[in-house]
Design a binder for this molecule. Structure first.
Ligand SMILES: Nc1ncnc2c1ncn2[C@@H]1O[C@H](COP(=O)(O)OP(=O)(O)OP(=O)(O)O)[C@@H](O)[C@H]1O
Ligand SMILES: [Mg+2]
Length: 483
């Protein structure tokens, strides 16, 4: 392929320059020029005339709206976040900390898709195997097209094979390509026409059209754009693995997230074996579902009933611990919130793991002002057990009760839980779908709950004593009566 000319374009004003400059000559912005491939310079008028003939305009009503075809990945928890499976021609970006298990998960998913495709093929004969139902769901694509492709830029083929052996994927028919040059990858995709291809990772891929290094903003943008276009044109689903920066955001340009159909984050505490996968954006499904996995020697195993995995096991209740029920997507999960309040120095520290730190500062202020619990000269640490990250405000009440419990050195009673959002005026606001949360807690043997008044169930829940409160001070009052 002839090398195309490159230009440098300003991220701020869009102005171009034939060579890289520290300062944009058009808008004077610093360090904003990135390399791009120069577009064809044919006279605009002729180009428009030619293009207008090829472009088709249709009314919305005339366009057939077929339901998106999804191929299950064979990993139920991954399917849950994807909204049911991989969509033909869809592009998924998956990011996560180093070593969290991205390559493991995708290799497992590719292998089960490949196996499911082959089973369909052998069950129904090669001519019509593509649409044979399997387990009540339609499996298609994988068998009818060129199977599955794993493009690895970070590891050699041998290393991938070694991982496959460890995961027990013996005799796997997943095709592996150890390549980092975009043009070669695109050519392979074109020839093989796989149903799904994984690019591990987008930061290692480079296009020879650009001179910048792999992983640079220009390369990542250019490569992702080409791969996305290839996916849409050929119907191959593409999964891009993305690195994350020190701050935890996906590395590379933000525009990458706009380009793809689905953005997933793989998160979890590397010290615990549980991993969560969360959708940040999904053009083909809801974004509030999470998938839960446990990392084992044999790879990632889906946890279909995760409600109790984030509880730590105490023989007897300990001060500073309060359990809450969080609702992730459609599944309620019980999570233990721990707090430690200790004498601090002249500038006491407020630290939180898995919870929002600004919200912690706010809750401490509310606790002081409305309930008379002062931690002004104390260090306050709070933690959501098990590496889970809780963003919903329904954790507020549990955080406050855990802090109070630690400050007083008194444990909350056995089988106690609380949830509810707390406002700046000290009011306790309801959490969505309170009934479901309470039922899950009762199922797991919890016996006392402090909940917002609006969440109090009309019909008693067996085994659960419910204290409905409207204000923070009422919640603390309830604690005193339980002591
Ligand atoms: N023998 C083993 N037993 C249990 N767990 C293992 C074993 N070998 C590897 N692991 C787990 O697999 C993880 C590595 O997974 P993987 O290589 O898929 O991560 P990754 O997200 O692709 O990382 P990177 O960003 O470096 O590519 C390790 O952190 C470890 O937790
Ligand atoms: Mg990897």
């Amino acid at each position: 392929m002839a090398k195309e000319k490159t230009l440098y374009s300003c991220n701020e004003c869009g102005g171009t320059s034939p060579k890289w400059l520290g300062k944009c000559p058009h808008c004077n912005a610093w360090n904003s020029l990135v390399e791009i491939v120069a577009e064809s310079t044919a006279p605009a008028k002729n180009r428009f005339a030619a293009l207008a003939k090829t472009a088709e305009v249709a009314t919305l009503a005339d366009i057939e709206a077929s339901d998106v075809d999804r191929t299950p990945t064979g990993q139920d928890e991954l399917d849950r976040v994807l909204g049911g499976g991989i969509v033909e021609g869809g592009v998924v970006l998956i990011g996560g900390d180093p070593g969290i298990g991205k390559s493991t998960l995708l290799l497992q998913a590719l292998d089960s898709m490949q196996r499911a495709g082959q089973k369909t093929l052998s069950a129904a004969g090669p001519s019509q195997g593509a649409r044979a139902p399997s387990g009540g769901r339609e499996l298609h694509g994988v068998s009818e097209r060129g199977g599955t492709l794993y493009v690895t830029g970070e590891e050699s083929g041998a290393q991938v094979a070694l991982r496959a052996r460890r995961l027990g994927l013996d005799g796997s028919q997943v095709q592996v390509l150890a390549e980092i040059q975009l043009e070669k990858i695109l050519a392979t995709l074109d020839v093989q026409k796989p149903a799904i291809a994984v690019i591990d990772s987008i930061q290692t891929v480079y296009s020879e059209q650009l001179t910048s290094a792999p992983g640079s903003v220009a390369q990542v943008r250019e490569c992702a754009a080409h791969l996305t276009r290839a996916a849409k044109a050929s119907g191959t689903a593409i999964v891009l693995v993305g690195h994350v920066t020190k701050e935890g955001a996906l590395a590379g340009p933000r525009v990458l997230e706009h380009m793809v159909d689905t953005v997933l984050y793989f998160e979890g505490d590397t010290h615990s074996s549980f991993r969560l996968i969360r959708a940040i954006k999904n053009r083909f499904g809801a974004v509030n579902e999470i998938g839960v996995f446990a990392m084992t020697e044999k790879g990632l195993k889906g946890v279909s009933n995760p409600s109790a995995i984030f509880l730590s096991q105490h023989a007897e209740p300990v001060p500073g611990s309060c359990v809450m029920v969080t609702l992730e997507g459609t599944r309620p999960m019980l999570v233990e919130i721990q707090a430690l309040v200790d004498n601090g120095g002249p500038s006491p520290r407020r630290l939180s793991v898995g919870l929002d730190r600004d919200r912690l500062a706010m809750l401490l202020a509310v606790l002081h002002r409305h309930a008379g619990v002062a931690c002004l000269d104390q260090d306050v640490f709070v933690n959501a057990v098990g590496g889970v990250r809780i963003s919903e405000p329904a954790a507020d009440l549990a955080v406050m009760l855990a802090i109070t419990s630690s400050l007083r050195g008194r444990a909350l009673p056995k089988g106690f839980l609380a949830f509810g959002e707390v406002g700046l005026a000290g009011e306790v606001r309801p959490a969505p779908r309170g009934q479901e949360r309470l039922k899950e807690a009762a199922k797991l043997g919890f016996s006392v709950a402090v909940v917002p008044k609006a969440n109090a169930p009309k019909k008693a829940i067996e085994g659960l004593t419910i204290h409905a409160v409207e204000r923070v001070e009422e919640a603390l009052q309830v604690l005193r009566t339980l002591d």
